[in-house]
Design a binder for this molecule. Structure first.
Ligand code: 0X9
Ligand code: ZN
Length: 428
């Protein structure tokens, strides 16, 4: 029995499923349904075996129980030898529940998107805001998806100070197609900063002292597919040998291959090689150019604040500082802070590890809310609840030096001394 094994909850997960009835199952693309299985395990290694088997997608972990989907598409795409190997690795896991297919129907349907941003609405709103605030905001496509959609970002900075001297930060959402709420907070933040610049001193300082890139929709092809075809879609939509789609958050170089699948049918398919995906390359090029000092990605769900490492259970070099900042933000939104691999699961190839290790950015991931797609009425409360933590993330970025990882000292931007964050928000 492994000690020290305690996970809060996990958010590959199916909040909506569980909210519905406590059990559900997933459909593969062809429309046949998968099976939802509960496994009881005794050691973290068993969870990793489940995660990487290629046969199951782990969607929720609570205590010693993992809920996973066994997808027919995934099973069909692997060889008999591979199935046998995966099943051997999974021996020792007790299957608690199986065959709950019929409860999936409400989630398979492409529904009304309600108050959520579609990709078209996202582009329109970014265009409208850049037109309205030409002195503060510039639009920039940082690349294109396989489907030819722009990865549309905005660059926000105030008139004060020399731009070349300002630290830059990146905030982005919707890397996973079904996590619709994760595109809403970037918009909420952007509107807050624009509406209060020149009025609220805190907003003015943040906007004047930073260059803030905001990219609400990082996976536009996936979002479109989730909103029109299959709501539970997670990956992008790039054609792959034997199937469609790569989990972009498994396609980054650091820890590539760990806690992901090499089976194209899996929802956590990592892709054939690191940076095989256009979205991944667009992010890496942007980082190489802008040398962000901090990054914040939004996912859903589980009410967590996550920081490196995700790919390794070891502590990262700046663990104490990462923890301090994570805890300070968590005090403001009530979320549970922690190192990904310790409070969630081991998963490499995600943005945060590469942004921290390769590019020297303080990188955080918020798992928002308790569902992938909370009811419309929850959008505003979730955004509101998180705004102070995001403002702290921004303020922290102004006046601090780089982590010990990543790009060379010579590349570091000068640190602004506009005000000392630590005086205002002591981080314990
Ligand atoms: O597994 C993920 O990609 C993220 N969770 S989600 O349920 N939204 O899919 C968490 C990523 C955390 N970071 C790393 N694993 N490095
Ligand atoms: Zn996600």
């Amino acid at each position: 029995m492994a000690s020290g094994f305690s996970r809060v909850s996990l958010s590959l997960g199916l909040g909506a499923f569980l909210a519905l009835s406590g059990v559900a199952a997933a459909a593969d693309e062809a429309g046949s349904t998968g099976k939802l299985v509960r496994f009881r395990f005794t050691e973290p290694a068993q969870l990793d075996a489940l995660n990487t088997s290629g046969l199951y997608e782990v969607v929720e972990v609570k205590g010693d129980t993992a809920i996973a989907i066994k997808s027919p598409a995934a099973s069909r795409a692997v060889s008999a030898k591979r199935v046998a190997l995966a099943e051997a690795n999974l021996l020792g896991l007790e299957t608690v529940l199986e065959d709950v297919d019929d409860q999936l129907a409400p989630f398979r349907a492409a529904g009304n998107v309600g108050a959520y941003h579609t990709y078209a609405k996202a582009l329109a709103e970014l265009a409208e805001l850049t037109a309205k605030y030409p002195n503060l905001l510039k639009g920039e496509s940082i690349g294109k998806s396989h489907g030819g959609r722009d990865l549309m970002a905005v660059r926000l900075t105030g008139s004060a100070g020399l731009e070349a001297e300002k630290p830059k930060v990146l905030i982005f959402g919707l890397m996973h197609a079904r996590e619709w709420i994760s595109a809403e907070l970037p918009f909420y933040l952007l509107r807050h900063l624009l509406a209060n610049y020149g009025k609220d001193p805190e907003v003015t300082k943040v906007v004047d002292n930073l260059v803030i890139y905001i990219l609400p929709v990082s996976n536009p092809d996936g979002l479109e597919y989730s909103q029109t075809n299959y709501k539970m879609w997670r990956k992008n939509r790039s054609p792959q040998q034997g199937g469609i789609g790569v989990d972009v958050n498994r396609n980054f170089p650091i820890g590539f291959g760990l806690g992901s699948s090499d089976n194209v049918g899996s929802d956590i398919y990592r892709g054939p090689s690191p940076k095989s995906e256009l979205e991944t390359r667009a992010f890496c090029s942007l980082f190489e150019r802008e040398k962000f000092i901090a990054s914040l990605s939004f996912h859903s769900y589980s009410e967590l604040i996550l920081y490196p490492w995700g790919y390794d259970r070891a502590l990262p070099p700046d663990s104490a500082e990462l923890t301090k900042r994570g805890q300070a933000m968590a005090k403001l939104n009530g979320y549970t802070p922690g190192q990904v691999s310790r409070i969630l699961y081991t998963a490499g190839g995600a943005t945060d590890d590469t942004f921290y290790k390769t590019y020297g950015a303080w990188s955080y991931t918020f798992e928002l809310g308790q569902q992938f797609v909370p009811p419309d009425s929850q959008i505003e409360p979730i955004c509101k609840q998180n705004l102070p933590a995001v403002m702290l993330f921004l303020k922290t970025a102004i006046d601090t030096s780089r982590p010990s990882t990543g790009i060379s000292l010579a590349d570091r931007p000068k640190i602004s001394n506009f005000f000392s964050l630590y005086d205002i928000y002591p981080l314990k």
